[in-house]
Write a protein that binds this ligand. Structure first.
Ligand SMILES: *[C@@H]1O[C@H](CO)[C@@H](O)[C@H](O)[C@H]1NC(C)=O
Ligand SMILES: *[C@@H]1O[C@H](CO)[C@@H](O)[C@H](O)[C@H]1NC(C)=O
Ligand SMILES: *[C@@H]1O[C@H](CO)[C@@H](O)[C@H](O)[C@H]1NC(C)=O
Ligand SMILES: *[C@@H]1O[C@H](CO)[C@@H](O)[C@H](O)[C@H]1NC(C)=O
Length: 456
């Protein structure tokens, strides 16, 4: 009797525990940082830590290699936005372990099935490290800097693009797969080309070297020419087939594909070396808010969430759009009014959805519901982490190794508020509508939109 009472009591406790969720005051940087800390610890746990058989930078099944790079990118952003350096050594170890003998994120274990988008996902993580002054690799690591790693990947992909021009396939463009023996070699996809544009744009802004902005322009022109980006709407489609001369791109639309291009254009529009892209972020943003917000201000993976059939990769896509929205808001201040309510409502929704599992903070995917949807995984965690971090403005005064610097290293000089008592000089905007505001009638539209997106 005593035991069963104890059992009932402890399961009641467990139930109470279960509903704790992750609480966050979306107008308070410390509160957002605390929430992010919980989720960052989930993310790190997937790598396996000191468990025997763990390979640095490699995730167990079902996670592909690209997502490991994506997770490092988020963990670097976590450090940059919160100042918590708990995971920095582990990040460095994993990044360097996976950079491969040519220092270009082509490790031999992966070459049998590596795609251009996989490789560039890691390069973008390296770029995030460079831009934020993440501690550089140790001197015995074989590489001078995070920047150099990103540049090596860029050089590889330039060479691949040039081969496409010589071979007269679609007038350029990166293929999804690097090697002809892989399924997907015929496909020139948005992730590869959007990442390449973004990498070029960020290198252009970071180094001021015109070669990079020229390449960003080349990728942009090509993407519009073949209709991967639709001229009239700025919608980003998924990819086109080289053996069909890239006619009729597949129409399915993912938040990550648009996010990759959007972030690239945000960097370009803010870069002093190129002026023609001023309006692109706002135009692409307008389209994005039309298609990925079927439920109020909650960012939704429209193409799969309506039918609840997102795969492991797709569950991480919103992390990429979330970062893109944050960057766009920072780099193109005119977009702030449109983006801020979306970031706030989506982050509140995501935090409320982090209310499952044994610890009561396991993140599901349905940001429009305050009830845990019983799903869990790295993609859910990364998306929640990025949408929370997106609500912390770019740090205006950053302390790198005890030295105060203004803005991101290598950014064009502009507003430099100087050192003040506070780490952040811009107050956060007040919160508007959260997940609780959602109403049921949206769902019909949601489903219809989901289907419309899928059907070509
Ligand atoms: C490649 O695979 C081998 C065998 O599993 C492993 O020992 C090694 O650490 C892996 N290297 C990388 C870079 O993942
Ligand atoms: C700009 O970058 C390109 C490509 O990496 C390189 O070949 C060139 O030397 C760089 N130019 C300058 C001035 O650094
Ligand atoms: C460019 O980006 C910086 C932040 O890095 C921002 O302060 C500045 O206002 C941006 N420029 C424009 C024209 O939005
Ligand atoms: C700290 O940063 C300064 C300025 O960038 C640099 O000169 C110095 O070598 C750095 N110190 C360490 C210990 O990394």
């Amino acid at each position: 009797m005593f035991f069963s009472i104890a059992a009932v009591f402890s399961s009641l406790l467990l139930l109470a525990h279960r509903s704790i969720a992750i609480e966050v005051d979306i107008t308070d940087v410390q509160s957002i940082s605390d929430a992010a800390k919980t989720i960052a610890s989930h993310v790190v746990s997937y790598y396996g830590g000191d468990k025997p058989g763990t390979i640095p930078g490699l995730l167990p099944d079902p996670y592909y290699w690209w997502e490991s790079g994506l997770a490092y990118d988020s963990l670097i952003e976590y450090w940059a936005k919160t100042g918590d350096d708990t995971y920095n050594e582990q990040i460095t170890e994993g990044m360097l372990f996976q950079m491969g003998s040519e220092n270009n994120f082509m490790p031999s274990n992966q070459t049998a099935n590596i795609g251009n988008d996989d490789q560039s996902t890691w390069a973008l993580a390296s770029m995030t490290a460079a831009e934020n002054g993440f501690p550089e690799p140790p001197s015995d690591s074989g590489i001078d800097s995070w920047l150099q790693l990103a540049q090596n990947v860029f050089d590889n992909q330039v060479a691949r693009w040039q081969r496409e021009i010589e071979d007269k396939t679609c007038g350029g463009g990166l293929r999804w797969q690097i090697f002809p023996f892989n399924v997907g070699y015929e496909y020139k996809n948005a992730p590869s080309n959007g990442n390449f544009l973004q990498l070029a744009a960020r290198l252009a802004r970071y180094t001021g070297n015109q070669t990079y902005s020229n390449w960003a322009r080349t990728v942009s022109d090509w993407s519009f020419d073949i209709g991967l980006i639709e001229k009239d709407t700025f919608g980003v489609l998924d990819g086109a087939f080289a053996d069909q001369d890239c006619k009729k791109p597949l129409r399915i639309q993912w938040s990550a594909n648009l996010g990759r291009y959007l972030e690239g254009y945000a960097y370009l529009a803010n870069s002093s070396t190129i002026r023609e892209y001023q309006d692109y972020p706002a135009s692409m943003l307008e389209y994005a808010l039309g298609i990925f917000l079927p439920q109020g201000n909650i960012v939704t993976e429209t193409a799969c969430q309506a039918r609840d059939n997102c795969n492991v990769d797709q569950l991480a896509y919103r992390s990429i759009l979330a970062r893109a929205l944050a960057t766009t808001r920072a780099m193109d201040v005119s977009t702030s009014d449109a983006i801020t309510p979306v970031l706030q409502a989506s982050a509140l929704g995501a935090a409320a959805q982090c209310s499952g599992g044994k610890d009561g903070t396991t993140c599901g995917s349905d940001w429009a519901s305050t009830k845990w949807d019983k799903s869990q995984g790295l993609g859910q965690d990364l998306s929640a982490l990025e949408i929370l971090l997106a609500n912390i403005p770019e740090k205006q005064v950053r302390t790198v190794n005890g030295t105060s610097t203004s803005g991101r290293p290598g950014t064009p000089t502009g507003s430099s508020p100087g050192a003040s008592g506070s780490f952040y000089s811009t107050p956060l905007p007040p919160a508007t509508g959260g997940a609780g505001d959602q109403t049921a009638p949206m769902f019909g539209l949601f489903t219809a939109l989901g289907l419309a997106v899928v059907l070509s």
